[in-house]
Design a protein. Structure first.
Length: 332
């Protein structure tokens, strides 16, 4: 129904460098010293006022007030650190400081003296509020429970829409200002879609109740998943595709192979005699003859037998001639 708008990335605050940490430490020590001097300066004025009010020991009043102010300040910081902040605890130091300022103003004789006496005790509370604010912001950034403030310029430019944005942030616990702006953009886009779908005026009562509630909350993502899917339209069967007849392939006439010349056994034997004229008897075998004559295995074996038989007969014929020649030589 609406497109998701990613929240702008928030830049992280860089960590303090060593010189900055040193300056912060010196500032904290100076603030504590100035606040202590302010409380000490009001000691005499509060004591004189307590004596006029009939206190038997008038010094106990300024001591009790001056000690209670830092004690409640530290208690406020500790509660913030433990994520158990109490709203009224932070106002206790303010009330005690206002009492001290009023007593100091009453003790002054001139306007300048009253301003000087009343300003000194306020320094402690001002510095303690600065420390509590820094502490609360750091803890809130870690736990995510501290709500971001809306810019004053937005309040000035669009007060009504800014109030509505702040109201939704408070009601639905949207602590991040950038996240609240992203949700607000999504809500406006969803409302624009409803205007196009149902009309600019009629969308308020034609829109389903669930979507209207989700529009108020700014959470419109589950709307698409919660709505039951409608019936799927029936699919009409597609007509079968008529295949176009393919042209018959022209067959090329196969090349006629030349018929193999059939050689007789006599031809093979005559060729074998020529080929194996210089072969030894051991080299005449069927495989060698088959390769040399390019014939089958059976004709090769027949030729082998013929050749070996001829060579054996030739050897038998020559043997008596050699023997007789040798005998004649001996006789001579």
């Amino acid at each position: 129904m609406s497109t998701e708008t990613p929240a702008p990335a928030r830049a992280a605050v860089p960590k303090l460098s060593r010189p900055e940490i040193g300056l912060a430490g010196l500032g904290a020590l100076a603030a504590a010293a100035v606040g202590a001097l302010g409380l000490y300066s009001s000691f005499d004025a509060v004591s004189l006022a307590a004596a006029r009010w009939g206190f038997s020991n008038p010094r106990t009043l300024p001591v009790a007030i001056d000690i209670a102010i830092p004690v409640f300040t530290l208690a406020n910081l500790l509660l913030i650190r433990m994520d158990m902040a109490l709203g009224w605890v932070r106002f206790v130091p303010w009330v005690l400081t206002l009492v001290t300022c009023w007593l100091n103003i009453a003790a002054g004789h001139s306007l300048s003296a009253k301003v000087a006496h009343g300003t000194m005790p306020l320094l402690w509370v001002v510095f303690s509020e600065i420390g509590a604010h820094v502490y609360a912001v750091r803890i809130g950034a870690v736990t995510g429970r501290r709500m971001d403030k809306i810019r004053f310029s937005r309040w000035m430019l669009a007060p009504l829409s800014t109030f509505a944005l702040w109201r939704r942030m408070t009601l639905w616990e949207v602590t991040s200002y950038s996240d609240a702006l992203a949700v607000e953009r999504e809500r406006l886009l969803a409302r624009a879609d409803l205007h196009e779908q149902y009309g600019v005026i009629a969308w308020r009562w034609k829109t389903p109740r669930r979507e209207r509630v989700m529009l108020r909350m700014g959470d419109l993502a589950p709307a698409a998943t919660d709505t039951p899917p409608g019936p799927e339209p029936e699919q009409t069967p597609e007509p079968p595709k008529q295949e176009t007849p393919k042209a018959p392939r022209r067959r090329t006439p196969a090349k006629s192979k030349a018929p193999a010349v059939q050689r007789s056994s006599a031809d093979l034997l005559a060729e074998a005699r020529t080929v194996t004229a210089d072969w030894p008897d051991a080299g005449i075998n069927a495989e060698a003859l088959r390769k040399a004559l390019h014939c089958g295995s059976r004709p090769a074996r027949q030729v082998r037998d013929f050749l070996l038989a001829e060579r054996t007969d030739a050897a038998n014929v020559l043997r008596p001639v050699v023997v007789s020649a040798g005998a004649e030589g001996v006789a001579a």
